[in-house]
Structures are given as structure tokens and as C-alpha cells.
Design a protein around this ligand. Sequence first.
Ligand code: NAD
Ligand code: TYD
Length: 483
Amino acid sequence: MKILITGGAGFIGSHVVRLFVTKYPNYHIYNLDALTYAGNLENISDIENAPNYTFIKGDITDADFMDTIFMEHQFEGVIHLAAESHVDRSITDPLAFVKTNVIGTMNLLNSSKKIWKNDFENKRFYHISTDEVYGSLSEEGFFVETTPYSPNSPYSASKASSDHFVRAYGETYGLPFVISNCSNNYGPYHFPEKLIPLFINNIINNKPLPVYGDGNYTRDWLFVKDHAVAIDLVFHDGKDKETYNIGGFNEWKNIDLVKVLCKLMDAKLGRTEGESERLITYVKDRPGHDKRYAIDATKINKELNWKPSVTFEQGLVQTIDWYLENEVWLKNVTSGQYMDYYREYYESDESGKNEVDILYKDESYQIIGACMKVHNNLGSGFLEAVYEEALEKEFINQNIPFKKQVTLDLYYEEEKMKKKYRADFICYDKIIVEVKATGQVPEIFYNQVKNYLKATELELGLLINFGANLLTFKRVLNTKYRK
Ligand code: NAD
Ligand code: TYD
């Protein structure tokens, strides 16, 4: 099964990617992430060479790019976590949240709908959401799956909107979806702008602990690995068109939580008890601050037999230990140095791993668009020559520069011999377009295009397959030019 996980370089996403890559060797996991300030490939460096894992750097707000990726890889499942996720940032830049959380989700829905057409058998779009869409509770009561939405921050409003769109695509187009709404997560790889990692970092560095308002705000905390396990269960066993609330049965007032954290940190750091508590500083309240979140997770508990595996104290100790043992990670994220990781390991990657997000985006999209038009007009079942002729006309129509039937000195790596070979089209002096009319694209054709490229100065190849009901294609990089 081919699964796209979005936002897999972020906090929760990295745990989900790790779980799926290690637990399901027969799945192929594609992790798509824009690597914003919150995305960090160091979060998943331990699994980056797994054979069933591919990283794609990409932005979900780019509709064309999403279509391309979906067409190329033909995902059967989507687990969508990519989002702008920090309430405080949403207060200063709400539009960024609309773009990623609403429009980005729409793009994924549209791309899924396009490749799945009406064949929804064994397909699933899983949208990860938050309990914050339900608004704020008073001292009593819990959020259940039927609690009306009442978002108060631009973040929660954008998440609520995306949830509605997912549900609407299910009702309107029959798209098979499932949604889960989870409470506050904590654990390793959490970006230190959220309460728990920020305060751990500040305690280590003897910096003030800014408690908003009177500190009497309540959150329901869940260890991130337990959330990842719940996501695995919902993805595989959750019922279509259902929502599952996920929570830790673990409510804490912020100020009480901070005091426990200070106490545990004092013990870990060999400080006298009460030393870190002195860092607590009450600051101006967050505007529109939700008073209390609390999840009733009975449904997922009863239907899918899920419950948290650790107590809060166990989870907190594990989290503190992780931050103390991973000071380099913490330093890198706080200094912004983690961006270098991508540059070092991926931009210079000879394997062409991130081949899809790069070269000649516009040109290759234009060619793919022309091919789609020809495929839409002709359908499948013709000889390659028929597609080539129609494509030639379409290229002329769209002013795409091309040379046809170009003879190349093809170098077969295995046999160490040279042989003359013909490429169907060369476009823009940069891209080889190889037309096939087979039901499936065998590896040999992929290697053929790769070999074409090696024999040339061209940097990108497109292997277009007209033979199936749906046009499919592969983009191939000439890796010898990657720096
Ligand atoms: P995060 O901010 O740590 O990670 C988000 C990831 O998405 C990052 O890797 C970022 O690079 C990526 N991203 C952002 N914009 C993108 C774009 N336009 N295109 C592609 N990738 C993009 O967030 P998180 O805390 O891991 O949250 C993950 C999901 O879970 C979110 O949808 C969030 O709403 C939801 N959620 C989070 C919590 C929580 O406590 N953190 C609780 C419930 C639900
Ligand atoms: P946060 O981790 O930002 O998560 P969310 O806003 O999604 O619940 O905040 C958790 C709680 O901690 C929330 O009530 C706001 C409060 N808070 C502070 O008091 N000080 C801080 O510096 C931060 C980041 C949060």
C-alpha cells in the first residue's frame, strides 16, 4: 500500500512516520513536508534510509504540485497532518493558517478525488484535527464527537474549516474519509514554542517561564507516541465517515503542570527543590484564550480498544530525559540550524531522492498537462505512434519547444557498451519525454529513461504512460548533475 503522510517532519507527524515505516515494511510511506520552521528532518533521521520510505519536499498549498505527486505515486491512503499549528502564531498571521490548513487541505482532497475517480475501494483520506475546534469548556463537561464546533482562535477556525471540507467531500463526492480530533500532545521532538518543550528549554537555561494570565487554564495532555498508536488504529480500523476523539484522560491546570515540571527538572538537574519554580513569571494573557479543553475518548476506547499506555508522570519523565539527552537537537532548532540538515543531506543527495520537487517545475507541468489533454481526448488502447502524433500537435499548439525522434548514444551501464538509441521527444533542451502505451510501467522503461539521461546533458526525463485508464508518469533525474 502506498501511503502519503503530510507533515511528517513535524512533531506528531515524525512519530507517525516512524511507526508506519517500522511497523509496516510492506507499505511504502511517502512523507511530504514543506520544511517550514516547524519541520525538521532530524526528527526522522533514524528511518530516512529505510527502503519503504521516501521524503518529498513540497508545499500542500501548491495545487499543481500536489496533482503531480498524486499522479506520479498513485497513493491509496492519505494521512494528513501538515498544518500551521501554533495558536500564538495564528493570532499574528491568520492568513498563513487559512492558506496551509484550509487551502492546503482542499488541494489534497482535490488531488485524491482526481486520482481515485470514483473507485474508492480500499482508499482512505485520514484528516488529523484538534479538540480546539470545539471551543472552550467551563469547569464541567467534556468534548464528545457530536459537540458543536465553536472555534475561538484563527488556528482552531482554520482547522474547523478544513474538517468541514473533508466531511463535505465525503458527503458530496463519496470520498472515503475519517477524522480524529486530539487533545494537546507532548513528548520528544516537540518544537520549543509550545508550553512543555519551551518550559523545559527555559528551565535548562535558567530563563523565565512565561505563564499566560493567571495560569488557571486547563488542557488535557496526551503522550505523542500514544497519539501515533491511535492514528494507526483509526487509519486501519476506524469506520468510514466517522470522527474519533482522542485524549489523555489527563487534565491539568497550566500552573499545576508547570510546578510539577519544575520539580521533576530540579531533581534531574541536581538543583534544590523550588529553584526552577522561581523562574515562573506571570505575563499578559493570550487574546481569546480558551479556558478548558477536555476530551471524552470513550468512543475510540470502546470501538478500537485504544487507551494511553503511559501515565502523565511517566510520559513527562521520558520527555524530560529525551530533551536532556538531545541538547544538540534542541540547540539546532532554537538556532534555526536544523535547516542545514536538509541542505546537507538532501540537496546534495546523489540518489535523486527528492527528485520531484525540483528542476523545471513549470516546463514539466506544461508537458504533463499536454499529455493529460491528449489522454483525455484519445483515451487508452492506441499504439505509441498515435499518442506521439497527437502529442506533437499539442506541443505545437501550446508552444512547447521540442525535437522529435532524437538519436542518442545510449550507454548501458551494466554491459559497458554503447548503442545508438532514439528518444521520443526532447523538450526545452532539458527534458526527455518518453511515451509508452503499456498498462503498467515496468522498471526496465524507467531504467531506459535513466540511461537516456546519462548519455546526455539533459537534466530531467519524463516517462509518460498512456496505456491505462488514468495517465501515469514518472519523473527521472539525471543525478550526475546534482551538486
Ligand atoms: P507541527 O507544527 O510540529 O508540524 C507541522 C508540519 O507540517 C511541519 O513539519 C511543517 O513543516 C509542515 N507544514 C506546514 N505547512 C506546510 C505546507 N504548507 N505544506 C507542507 N507541509 C507543511 O505540528 P504538530 O504539532 O505535529 O501537529 C500535526 C497535526 O496534528 C496538525 O494538523 C495539528 O493541527 C494536529 N494536532 C496537533 C496537536 C498538538 O498538540 N500538537 C493536537 C491535536 C492535533
Ligand atoms: P500551547 O502549548 O501553545 O498549546 P495550545 O494553545 O494549543 O493549547 O499552550 C498550552 C497552554 O499553555 C495554553 O493554555 C497556553 C499556555 N501557555 C503559557 O501559559 N505560556 C506559554 O509560553 C505558552 C507557549 C503557552
